[in-house]
Write a protein of this length. Structure first.
Lengths: 307, 479, 212
């Protein structure tokens, strides 16, 4: 069902869409600060996107319509997922009972399209990246569900709006430890799904270290712009999820709510930058260990909620 | 006062022998060992004549079962101490200084266990025995003894840690019940008021924990390695005294559960462990190639019998207590004889020994006699105790257990006989000549053998009275 | 989080999971040291008033479990020049899952036991969970040093349980238990040292000569 008052939700959605590339810039800027450099300006990704949109596209002769459709599917599924989150802190634009499964499914759809496009090129390089990406996600998705289950138990709501809405503020007072653990699990998920250190290093383009980067190697021009924007949006989406869980925004006016939202997103972006700067990338066979560790933490939070 | 003296004297001796400068096993150290053992034995004998004693505000006390275990330990230790004089004249363990003080520390710890009326103090004593014995097992500082001591340490520590958890469960069960916490007398007096859920959990954990120290299957896996690699006299102390002390722990908690009316819960558990131990011993005794490992499995068998007797109740409890004494003495006897074999030929394996009756006449005969004793043949004492346990099984209607017992004991007899006869009879290797055995090395085993023989034909009055008291306290009756 | 004690207990469980999930020996030992520190602070958090006895017990626990024993184990690592743990018998991921299962089991069992201590309802589940996870580490790891760490965790869990019984188990016995643990780990450490010297490795799979 679509909410009656769509104003604040649309505003928050617009803010998220607009600010997504900036968040990636903030991450890069934080890492540069740690390294003692000035680094690229925060709006660099916007310039890259405009530049790419004006370029032409080159399609490999081995690819099919799957490759051409992938960027569109990725962006569309991500946008749909954004519609499900209550970005203004109260209710989302679209909500129905069990929409958390739809959320996970939409993310999976985007990932699926991307991986298929990578396989479609017929290059073994991208095939390797595809298999790694799917491995990481097959560990990450149960953890996502565990986190959601924790939220469901804490707030007794079955829609994302109920789970992340005003009821959560009350739940924090009683179940602080469990929700803290769930937040931690979500943060590790953010690192895993967005291919950040310690799961993957987005800055290098070496065969050893790539997971996400390698799948999108063959895209060019506007397609690449869409893909880059989609990955920035995915980072923003997960950051928004964390902000939803941690920052109580019910009862604030529209302006304050949006300000808190943006502030929270920036804090998460800086946190990602800090983590990327202080940790080293894990060996690939240790990555499932990290994610299962996050899952164990989420499970612990769940157990605390159940007793 | 007597009780404190019994505990502190060996402890002080251990400290003195350990702290003195010279790192080798000097004469005065061995003298201190034998002297302390002798005084300990004398003090224990005094206890039999004195009325029941108490010390440390009721934490120490010599009740019937405790006195029995204490006397058994003291006698065994004295025999072993005398044996050590001859042993150390021929073999120099690498951990010289630690050897004697370790043995004395062991005596102190087992005394504490035997005299303890406070269950947590019993635990502390039993844990202390693990540490006292570890350096003794490791005496050769080579790969095999290293492996043995590592397995022993890990398994014993885990077992004793689980026993500690059991003690805490017991304290939880006693919450809100009148009486001093964890004192045996108060526990049994108010047993019906104890929390049953906690008490059941406590029983299981204490059985598993103390059972690990006893060497009950399936927690027995450290036994063959440890008894096989440690010097034989250490094996005698462990198999005779340490297992008895660990059994004392099991008996104490069974005393409490019986008084609380949990026999229906406790009995199947004890049966299970007892039969499993018998079966494991039977399985591994067949085809065994090493004398000391064989004795380890025999020890597992007898621990199973003890636990079975305890579980059967009635006359079985009396049988179990009698068996405790007999088993301790017989194990001491056999291990010391095995020690003689090792000293003479350098190995305890069947491959390296033949025709011992010819080369080591006294030890060889003692070995063969010991075989019959340990498998329960008349006229030795074990026959009586095993028969009493069997009778309890039949009386209680547990015919399946009685039949299983008989079958498994028969299998064990055959398995052990094969190895012992191989080693004792037959033609010795041509270059081996009869060895003149030192008196020091023979006195101990001969005395212990004599005691076992005596107990098979005649039970002295005071001993019978004390055994009866112990059996009744455990919830059984006298035949 | 209602009380300091609850926070401390949650952190204890987190250190358990840390030991289960990490493959680096130093991290394991540091996690157990942190656990020892938390355990030392717990009597102070649980007591309604702090007596000399409780303060002494806390100080002693912190000294032994958080300082001396970890320092000793780190010395053993340096001597043996080991860094990482080889893949354990069940694998790290399976270990973590087993740990989570143990956690769930601990809470389930604690729910069924009649609560003798309502001061801190998280105490018994945390104790049982630490015991079980200590056993998991002890049985599934190959390196002798990690097995000692597992033993330490087991003892920590039992100590936690003992905190519910401060009236029944007097101060003297807590000291006795502490000394026992100290002696135990000390002796184990010495044996580990010898194992390293003899076998040039701490892999306990090499200790397999004695068998029937």
């Amino acid at each position: 069902m679509i909410r009656a008052h769509v104003g604040s939700s649309l505003a928050a959605l617009a803010v998220l869409f607009a600010i997504a590339p900036a968040l990636s810039g903030v991450v890069v800027r934080t890492k540069s600060a740690f390294a003692g450099r000035r680094g690229a300006p925060v709006g660099q990704l916007y310039r890259d996107l405009f530049k790419l949109l004006r370029k032409g596209t080159v399609y490999s002769t081995t690819t099919t319509w799957v490759f051409r459709a992938a960027p569109v599917v990725v962006l569309a599924s991500l946008t749909a997922a954004c519609l499900l989150l209550p970005l203004d802190g109260e209710a989302s634009l679209v909500q129905f009972s069990g929409d958390l499964i739809a959320f996970a499914g939409l993310l999976a759809l985007g990932r699926f399209a991307l991986v298929l496009a990578g396989l479609d090129t017929g290059s073994s390089f991208e095939g390797m990246g595809a298999s790694r990406e799917v491995t990481v996600s097959s560990f990450a998705e149960p953890v996502l569900f565990l986190g959601f289950l924790g939220l469901v138990l804490a707030t007794r709501g079955l829609t994302l709006s109920a789970m992340l809405g005003p009821a959560l503020t009350g739940a924090w007072a009683h179940q602080t430890a469990s929700l803290a653990l769930v937040t931690l699990a979500f943060f590790v998920l953010l690192l895993a799904e967005n291919s950040r250190v310690p799961v993957d290093d987005p800055a290098t383009h070496l065969e050893l270290t790539m997971i996400h980067e390698v799948i999108v190697l063959d895209h060019s021009g506007p397609d690449l712009a869409v893909i880059l924007y989609a990955s920035a949006l995915k980072l923003a989406l997960f950051a928004a999820l964390i902000v939803e869980v941690t920052v109580p925004r019910d009862g604030l006016g529209l302006a304050w709510s949006l300000a808190a939202f943006v502030g929270g997103l920036l804090v998460v972006a800086v946190a990602v930058g800090v983590v990327e700067s202080v940790m080293a990338r894990l060996r690939l066979n240790r990555v499932p260990q990290l994610i299962v560790g996050a899952g164990a933490l989420a499970l612990f939070g769940l157990i605390l909620l159940l007793r | 006062m007597w009780l404190l003296a019994l505990c502190l004297l060996p402890a002080a001796a251990a400290v003195v022998t350990g702290a003195a400068p010279s790192p080798r096993v000097t004469r005065w150290r061995v003298g201190a060992l034998v002297g302390t053992a002798g005084v300990h034995l004398a003090l224990t004998a005094m206890l039999w004549r004195l009325p029941p004693q108490h010390a440390l505000n009721g934490w120490l006390g010599d009740d019937a079962l405790g006195t029995i275990v204490l006397t058994l330990t003291s006698v065994l230790f004295f025999a072993t101490a005398v044996y050590t004089v001859g042993y150390l004249a021929r073999a120099t363990p690498r951990g010289g200084r630690v050897f004697v003080s370790g043995m004395l520390g062991f005596l102190a710890a087992t005394t504490v266990v035997a005299l303890s009326q406070h269950l947590a103090m019993l635990w502390v004593g039993l844990e202390a025995t693990t540490f006292a014995v570890a350096p003794l097992i490791f005496h050769r500082h080579d790969r095999r003894s290293l492996e043995a001591v590592w397995k022993y340490l890990v398994l014993s520590s885990v077992g004793i840690a689980l026993a500690l958890l059991g003690i805490f469960f017991l304290a939880s069960a006693q919450h809100g019940v009148p009486g001093d916490p964890l004192i045996l007398g108060d526990l049994t007096a108010h047993a019906r008021e104890l929390q049953p859920a906690w008490l059941r959990a406590a029983f299981v954990f204490l059985l598993v924990g103390f059972g690990t120290k006893m060497g009950l299957a399936p927690m027995h896996t450290w036994k063959p390695d440890t008894y096989g690699e440690a010097p034989a006299l250490v094996g005698a102390l462990m198999a005779g005294a340490l297992t008895s002390c660990a059994f004392l722990g099991v008996a104490r908690i069974t005393q409490v559960t019986t008084a609380a009316g949990l026999t229906a819960f406790v009995q199947p558990v004890l049966f299970a462990f007892g039969l499993l131990s018998l079966a494991t011993a039977a399985a591994f005794v067949i085809g065994q190639g090493d004398l000391k490992r064989l004795l380890a499995y025999s020890s597992v068998e007898h621990m199973g019998l003890l636990v079975l007797g305890l579980g059967l109740g009635g006359v079985g409890t009396y049988g179990a207590v009698l068996h405790l004494v007999n088993n301790g003495l017989v194990k001491g006897w056999l291990f010391l004889v095995a020690g003689n074999v090792v000293l003479a030929t350098g190995t305890s394996s069947a491959a390296g020994n033949r025709g011992l009756v010819r080369t080591l006449p006294v030890s060889g005969v003692l070995l063969v006699a010991g075989l019959f004793a340990v498998t329960g043949s008349p006229p030795f004492g074990l026959f009586l105790s095993e028969f009493t346990i069997l009778r309890a099984a039949v009386d209680g209607g547990h015919l399946a257990i009685a039949v299983a017992m008989l079958v498994l004991l028969a299998i064990i007899f055959i398995g052990m006989a094969v190895l012992v006869m191989n080693v004792a009879l037959g033609e010795p290797a041509p270059d081996v000549r009869p060895v003149r055995e030192s008196a020091w090395l023979l006195v101990g085993p001969l005395a212990l053998a004599g005691l076992v023989l005596l107990l098979g034909v005649y039970l002295p009055g005071p001993l019978q009275a004390t055994l009866a008291h112990a059996a009744v306290a455990l919830g059984g009756r006298v035949p | 989080m209602r009380t300091t004690a609850e926070l401390l207990l949650l952190l204890v469980v987190l250190t358990d999971l840390a030991v289960l999930g990490t493959s680096r020996l130093r991290t394991c030992i540091r996690a157990v040291a942190a656990q020892g520190l938390l355990l030392g602070l717990l009597p102070l958090a649980l007591a309604s008033q702090v007596t000399v006895h409780i303060a002494g017990l806390a100080a002693g626990t912190v000294l032994v479990k958080a300082v001396v024993l970890p320092w000793f184990l780190l010395w053993a690592i340096r001597e043996a020049a080991v860094r990482r743990e080889v893949e354990p018998v069940v694998g790290f991921i399976a270990s973590l899952l087993l740990g989570a299962l143990a956690l769930a089991l601990a809470f389930a069992i604690a729910g069924r036991l009649p609560a003798s201590d309502v001061r801190e309802p998280l105490l018994i589940p945390a104790a049982l969970a630490t015991v079980m996870m200590g056993l998991i580490v002890l049985t599934t790891r190959r390196k002798a040093l990690t097995q000692v760490v597992g033993y330490l965790m087991l003892e920590n869990g039992i100590y936690l349980f003992g905190l519910t019984q401060t009236e029944s188990v007097p101060f003297l016995l807590e000291v006795g238990v502490l000394l026992d643990i100290f002696a135990g780990v000390f002796i184990m450490g010495i044996v580990v040292f010898h194992i390293n010297r003899e076998f040039d490795s701490l892999d306990s799979a090499r200790l397999s000569e004695l068998k029937d």
